[in-house]
Design a protein around this ligand. Structure first.
Ligand code: GLN
Length: 538
């Protein structure tokens, strides 16, 4: 195989145009043609990683196997490609500066003045090439966060300019812009695209391909106009129309021949057709459901579209796998009380209590869990959701009146969820959590074993607190079983109720591992239980 090819995806005119989805879609098409591909995201903000970012600011924090807390776009990359990503796939300005400053302090620059060019841009290029050094990828797609013209993006665009100068035709630049429809004029407007490309040109980069996000079709004349004003071939003007589902986008990009344009420009061999059989089967099942179930998603960020991204997408995969549509009804945990719970949970076929940090809305979560337990409604608790299930069981079954997690009440008489001894001394923000993939052993003869069908699994974690083993025996005797254990550290990873048709809580995050090709068994099985529940209660 020839040298690794680098494709950069930049964005112009507006944010939220879907660079992540476009990158993942192109990567999917290349992968379906037999190439090995990975995608990387460069984020221009100064946080070292998104781990400390409030979901209100940045949506969900996605966690990789190696324990990196990353941008949610990495979730899309994994869901589309079914290939795990790692810390190397997400780099922020904060991380870049941190390593340059560390080098400066160590004296690595031998007295040189440390500057944006070349030191910061060298570090950016080093991070881009890091994935290429592994020599396992034909293509590395690098998505540059932010919008061209932002002050923060400048060093990244400069690094792209340098890379293009250094490696020439092994480098390609795709620019995604918005082509808005002006109702008063009754037409789509190309001027913002022209300006956006001009801004890139001022920074020394000529895009090779322009993808135009629009809410209606671009005609021939408009494509030619964009080509002429932006110095690209008319075939390199690609339309990206608003899609019904994000999973349609690879096929829409294939229709627009984006993959062919890329391969021709990079002088790569062109196979007759990408193999998208599994992808198309998934889409067919997604669009032709045999029925519908409604699942309540109980959390404290439910008004935010992106805060539970991976959970919502896992339901899309699991629904398609069951040939059912999953309607996720977001319910704010702060709105749930003993008085309102029955009304809030009305007509739900299943209840999922979401992960989270801090005590806001916690009592509502516990109420929802009590309702699911008592009414035998299928329940899945993820991370904090599992911890709340342990608290609920303690309070209402074992009569531990003020049982709690010490995260919420450090003074509780029943610390059923507590911090591990070994973690108590670690103080630094971002340094105290159990992060990334850990093994878990599953006991045969449990519902969880029926779900997974194997005894050894690995799942990804992101939390500080754990089930307090002091209470293990009492819980088991009362009917809360612990079918999944981390043997090395003797930690409870999974709980399930003996006397309930489907009640499982997991200390890890299964949603990070669900992909189109491999829907997560916990979600698939949970949805199946919800379908059964609905059919029985009809
Ligand atoms: N706040 C809990 C902990 O730190 C749960 C975290 C989560 O749900 N991701 O253990």
């Amino acid at each position: 195989m020839a040298s690794t090819k680098y494709i950069f995806v930049t964005g112009g005119v507006a944010s939220s145009l879907g660079k992540g989805i476009i990158s993942a879609s192109l990567a999917k098409l290349l992968q379906a043609r037999g190439f090995s591909v990975t995608i990387q995201k460069l984020d221009p903000y100064i946080n070292v990683d998104p781990g400390t970012l409030n979901p209100y600011e940045h949506g969900e924090c996605f966690v990789t196997n190696d324990g990196a807390e990353t941008d949610l776009d990495l979730g899309h990359y994994e869901r589309y490609l079914n290939v795990p990503t790692s810390q190397a796939n997400n780099v922020t300005t904060g991380r870049i500066y941190q390593s340059v400053i560390n080098k400066e302090r160590r004296g690595d620059y031998l007295g040189e003045t440390v500057q944006v060019i070349p030191h910061i841009t060298d570090e950016i290029k080093y991070r881009i090439k890091l994935l290429g050094n592994e020599e396992k990828y034909d293509f590395i797609l690098t998505e540059i966060g932010g919008t061209v013209g932002d002050i923060e993006s400048l060093p990244y665009i400069e690094a792209v300019r340098q890379m293009r100068w250094e490696i020439g035709s092994d480098c390609l630049v795709i620019h995604l812009t918005l082509v808005p429809y002006l109702a008063a004029a009754g037409e789509l407007k190309t001027k913002p695209t022209q300006h956006s490309v001009k801004t890139m040109l001022e920074q020394g980069v000529q895009p090779d391909i322009i993808i135009c996000r629009a809410d209606r079709h671009l005609n021939e004349g408009m494509r030619n106009k964009i080509a002429l004003f932006c110095n690209v071939d008319p075939t390199a003007v690609i339309e990206s129309i608003d899609a019904e589902s994000i999973y349609d986008v690879p096929l829409l990009m294939q229709e627009e021949k984006l993959d062919l344009e890329v391969l021709e420009k990079m002088k790569m061999p062109v196979s007759p057709e990408p193999d998208l059989k599994t992808w198309k089967e998934f889409l067919f099942r997604l669009k032709n459901p045999k029925g519908e179930v409604t699942i309540g998603l109980i959390g404290k960020y439910v008004e935010l579209k992106d805060a539970y991204k991976s959970i919502n997408e896992s339901f899309v995969h699991a629904g398609a796998s069951n040939n059912f549509k999953v309607k996720v009804r977001a319910i704010h945990s702060e709105s749930i009380t003993t008085e309102t719970v029955a009304d809030s949970m009305k007509e739900l076929d299943g209840i999922l209590v979401a992960p989270g940090f801090g005590s806001r809305g916690i009592e509502g979560k516990i109420e929802a869990i009590r309702f699911a337990r008592e009414n035998k409604i299928p329940f899945l608790g993820i991370c904090l959701g599992m911890q709340c299930a342990v608290v609920e069981f303690g309070r209402n079954v074992l009569n531990y009146t003020d049982a709690h997690s010490t995260e919420m009440n450090p003074k509780t008489a029943f610390p059923v969820i507590d911090i591990m001894e070994e973690q108590k001394n670690i103080q630094n923000m971002g340094g105290t959590m159990r992060l990334g993939a850990y093994p878990c052993t599953i006991k045969k003869g449990t519902r969880t074993y029926d779900v997974y069908g194997v005894t050894d699994i690995t799942e990804r974690h992101r939390h500080r607190y754990e089930f307090n083993n002091k209470y293990l025996k009492t819980y088991q005797e009362a009917g809360m079983m612990t079918p999944g254990i981390n043997m090395k550290d003797n930690l409870v990873e999974i709980i399930e109720l003996r006397d309930h048709p489907w009640f499982i809580g997991v200390q890890f995050h299964p949603e990070y591992k669900s992909t189109v090709a491999n829907p997560h068994p916990l979600f698939v099985n949970f949805v199946k239980a919800c379908i059964l529940f609905k059919s029985k209660s009809a």
